[in-house]
Design a protein around this ligand. Structure first.
Ligand SMILES: NC(=O)c1ccc[n+]([C@@H]2O[C@H](COP(=O)([O-])OP(=O)(O)OC[C@H]3O[C@@H](n4cnc5c(N)ncnc54)[C@H](OP(=O)(O)O)[C@@H]3O)[C@@H](O)[C@H]2O)c1
Length: 251
């Protein structure tokens, strides 16, 4: 009886036989998602700009493939997806980060770029990846919760991030039965946060550990776990999933 019950609840790998492309897979959230996808039986293909950390990450997780290029380079992006021989199940885009600058100090080209870069990249990824994807796979993009507040220091980031949920929902309608989803994170303790905060990183970690309802900072593993769930739960589409430990509720 006990043996039978044990076998009934034995964990079946959630992504067995599936392939996940991680654009931004050599560090932070993307790398952690690659690790977890491998643990759930998936093959992974990693993309990042810098070849050396990418090489290391691909070796660490046992990646099926890797490609070093800037995801904002449309020609390179199209060439990458064309070169893939295997069908893809999921694409997780964790590449470029935000640009913080006071609005009135921004050149007009910077404004156009900051407002459209995440959406333009998401659309280019969708256009090139969709023909290779099999339902019920998901395209999964990254947004943020901190941009929901209006704050002097956030500049254009609020306007840029607040357009993502509607964009993702509209794309999900067009691409169905493929799924499209968005993860909106607050502070996540990754190399990106370290580079943005510099010597204020430790103070920010301590402040958030004191003030967040969860009593600790959110790590890349937390976001990766959510990403894996969105990949494996085929009921989820056109949705935005917040993961910020309650940060949007506290000052
Ligand atoms: N960390 C946070 O607090 C936080 C909060 C909310 C949202 N997010 C969003 O989540 C995403 C991932 O953040 P993260 O903290 O995991 O960042 P991260 O630690 O800096 O990792 C970013 C990954 O993306 C790659 N990458 C960056 N720009 C790229 C480009 N143009 N083309 C191809 N690859 C690129 C990086 O490698 P290379 O540098 O070698 O290209 C690296 O592998 C970002 O979009 C960020 O805005 C992060």
């Amino acid at each position: 009886m006990t043996a039978h019950r044990t076998s009934m609840i034995a964990h079946k790998p959630e992504l067995l036989g599936q392939t996940v492309v991680l654009i931004g897979g050599s560090a932070g959230i993307g790398l952690e998602a690659a690790r977890r996808a491998r643990a759930e039986g998936a093959e992974v293909i990693l993309v990042a700009r810098r070849a050396q950390p990418l090489e290391q990450a691909a070796r660490d997780v046992g990646a099926l493939g890797k490609a070093a290029f800037d995801a904002n380079d449309s020609t390179a992006l199209a060439g990458f997806f064309r070169s893939l021989r295997e069908p893809i199940d999921h694409v997780f885009v964790t590449g470029p980060g935000p640009s913080y600058k006071p609005l009135l100090e921004m050149e007009i080209a910077e404004v156009r770029h900051a407002l459209s870069d995440h959406i333009a990249l998401a659309l280019e990824v969708a256009r090139n990846a969709a023909p290779k994807m099999r339902p019920p796979g998901t395209l999964l993009f990254m947004g943020g919760t901190s941009g929901r507040r209006i704050d002097r220091g956030l500049g254009i980031v609020s306007a840029a991030t607040n357009s993502m949920p509607s964009f993702v929902a509209a794309l999900a309608r067009e691409l169905a039965p493929l799924r499209v989803n968005l993860i909106a994170a607050g502070f996540v303790d990754t190399p990106l946060s370290a580079s943005l905060l510099g010597d204020q990183l430790q103070a920010r970690r301590e402040e958030l550990s004191r003030t967040l309802p969860i009593g600790r900072v959110v790590g890349p593993g937390d976001v990766a776990a959510l990403a894996l769930h969105v990949m494996s739960n085929s009921a989820l589409t056109a949705a935005t999933f917040d993961i910020d430990g309650g940060q949007q509720l506290v000052a």
